[in-house]
Structures are given as C-alpha cells and as structure tokens.
Write a protein that binds this ligand. Structure first.
Ligand code: AMP
Ligand code: ZN
Length: 113
C-alpha cells in the first residue's frame, strides 16, 4: 500500500521520531502550525478513527501513553494543548492513515471548526 505514514512506521521514509512502542510511532509534523506539533500514529494501517475498534485496548492504551509522554516531555501538559484527529475530506483529512495531532506551545484560537 502506498501510504506515507505506513512508510514512516517501517522507516522507509525518514521522520523526526520522538516516541515509539510496539503499537504507535510519534513524529514531528513536517508543516508545524505551532511550536509543538507532533503526530501520534498507529503502526497498523487504519484509515481514520472510525476504523479503530473500541476493544483494541492495546492500541488505545499506546495512543494514550504516547499523548501523555509527548505532552509531559514538551511541557504542554502544563501550558495547554489540543489533540485533533481529522476523519474524512470534510474534516480536512489529507493523509488517510489514522493520526492524532498534538498541538501546543502557543495560545490556540478558541475554535472547533
Ligand atoms: P491531516 O490533514 O489531519 O490528514 O494531517 C496530515 C498531516 O500530516 C499534516 O499536518 C501534514 O503536514 C503532515 N505530514 C504529511 N506528510 C508528512 C511527513 N512526511 N512527515 C511528517 N508529517 C507529514
Ligand atoms: Zn498507512
């Protein structure tokens, strides 16, 4: 499958990886919209959050662990941050492999859309 995030997960394409475990990889977004802009990405290919089964507790746990690790190590756990996952074209999803944006390090606009 020609998927850029699958290729980052298998290290075929380089990225600035900041965290990894058996189920997820996290790396810096290539086009940061804020000083902290990291993507948490499952290693398995899921198109978006609607393909993530609620009983995949191993993956869900890894996603939460990654978010806690990244927010703590960058300090945005104290200052504030946003976690965003886009699903589908109307939401602006451009990479069709599930990912969670962690955005912070500046005051964010109070807007959800
Ligand atoms: P979305 O619009 O939610 O699908 O977000 C996709 C994100 O992936 C964008 O913020 C892009 O800047 C980011 N992105 C695309 N290609 C790469 C890449 N090779 N390395 C890191 N981030 C990427
Ligand atoms: Zn993929």
């Amino acid at each position: 499958m020609d998927c850029i995030f699958c290729k980052i997960a298998t290290r075929e394409i380089p990225a600035t990886v900041v965290y990894e475990d058996d189920h997820v990889i996290a790396f810096e977004d290539i086009q940061k919209v804020a000083p902290i802009h990291t993507l948490v990405v499952p290693k398995m290919h899921l198109t978006s959050i609607i393909e993530l089964p609620y009983d995949n507790t191993a993956l869900l746990t890894s996603i939460q662990k990654a978010i806690l690790h990244i927010t703590k190590t960058t300090g945005v756990d104290q200052s504030g941050f946003r976690v965003i996952t886009n699903s589908g074209t109307s939401a602006g999803q451009t990479v069709f492999h599930l990912h969670y944006h962690i955005i912070g390090g500046r005051d964010l606009q109070v807007s959800l859309g």
